[in-house]
Structure formats: structure tokens, C-alpha cells
Design a protein around this ligand. Sequence first.
Ligand SMILES: [Mn+2]
Length: 309
Amino acid sequence: MNYDLIGDIHGHARTLAALLEKLGYTQRAGIYQHAERQVVFLGDFIDRGPHQRQTLEIVRPMIEQGHALSVMGNHEFNAVAYATPLDEGSHLRPHDSNNKKQHAAFLAEYPADSPDYLDMIDWFRTLPMWLDLGDMRVVHACWDKDIIASLTKHHEGPRLTNTLLRHASTKGRQEYDQVETLLKGKEIPLPEGCSYLDSYGKERRHMRIRWWDRTSTTYRGKFLGMLEWQKHIPDDEIKGDHGVSYGHHEPPVFLGHYWQSGTPAPFESNVACLDYSVAKPGGKLVAYRWNGKANLHADAFVWVDRVEP
Ligand SMILES: [Mn+2]
């Protein structure tokens, strides 16, 4: 099977429809399909954009009718945790003002506890956290084989069980860091005595890394974040075994999540990110036409500019 992988949509249904049409998918009985190809979505269908319901009404039937596959994004994981009661009046993801704000566009179209809302949350729970198709792999943010092996062994893996959902929502639990890594990216501790202030003015002693980058070996080189923070990061060799090794010989892996801009191109010969910030003005929705090749190329990216609502 040949696949068209599509990056983070965030409620931009019209842009999604334009991209599917550009890729040669046509609607039959209201469902986008292609005679020879399937879509693989990279997650983050929801939050932020203007057409949450229209987006889900395109992607969910495609997946349910066998025209597409998908992994779970951090926004679907958060939605499930937000909807799941913990104790009387509280939830696995707290209903505080930040979390409410991040989820507002979705909740405006799917009022909490309405039948449609509960049905969609149940469907989000069925999305796998990773897909290993043998000669190609898909995960929202980080392919970490040790974490994937551990979740497979201890939690029947790639899908959220009740226990895994609870543990993954509990800070301090191993599963919390594991699911966070797969869905939000890899973090490593900074060297002793080293920290920086994030955009909330909060002191950070960990940093997100460009885990796919095989050329840089220092904290500063692997740092992933705003340029102004990078100067506070030491240019020392990373201590200990904190990296994620993704070798040249491994199957290609597709990611979303990383808010790229500019002209799409692979991160490495076997790593490509397809999130080109459709949720921001000037952003685009990006696909990769994958025809079974081990090496990824810039000329296989296909995209459309964000369609303004
Ligand atoms: Mn994301």
C-alpha cells in the first residue's frame, strides 16, 4: 500500500479538503477516498482552528471505512484526560483556565458531556499512540523504541487502557514521562546548576531536544526551543544516555507536532515532520506522498496554504 501522510490539522477543515483534493482524493458517499492510496494522519485534529466538527466529520469516516489510518496527537490525549473523571468534581486533566483556554475551540463545537462529545472522546481513545507498518513508522512527536517496547510489554500497547490513561496522567509515574515523550517530544535534564526561564517566566531545568539530529552532540546543538533561550544552554557534550538513537538503517518515521515553517524538507534521510503550522496565519497543511522508499526526499512533499475561514 502507498500512503499519503498528513500533518497536524487543528480544526482547519477547509484546508484539509483542499489538500485531499490536491492529492487526488474524491468524495464518494461523502467520504474522501482514493483507489490506490490511503491517508495516514499524524494526530492533532482538534483545538485552535475554526472548524472542529467539520474536520472530525472528514477524518473519522475515512478511518472507520478503511481509507485512512491515524495516530493520537497530544491534543487528543489531553481531550481524553480532560473528559475523564478522577474524583468527585475533578478530572485527570484539570479544568483550570489554561487547559480550558487550550481546549476552547473544541468545547465550543462539542459541549462537554453532550452525547456527541462523549462519543468523540471514546473514539479518540481508540487512536494508537504509534503505528509500525514494518517499512514505515508513524508517531506524533518522538519514536523512542525503549518506551514503545515498555508500553507494549506492560500495557498491551499502542492504545490507551484505563490503567495507562490514569498512570500517564499522574506526574511522577514512569508512564507519564513515556506518553509525554511519544506525544510531546523528548526532554533531557540540563547539567547541574543550569537553567533558563520559559515564556511564563518559569525556571526550567530540562530541555526539549532535536532527538532525530545525529550531527549535534552538545546541549546547545540539540536544544529545541526559542532562539533567545538557546544562548543560556551550555555548549557542552550531553552527559549520560539521554538521547534517542534513530539510526540511518531504520525505516522512515513520520512526525507531526513541531510547528515548522518555510519550505518542507525531511529532518534526516529517514525522519520527516509534516507539521507546518496551519494553526498560524501564513501556515500550511503538508502531506508526504510515500511510495515505499526508505530514503525521504523534499520533492515528495505536497502542501496547500491555509484556507482562511
Ligand atoms: Mn502536537
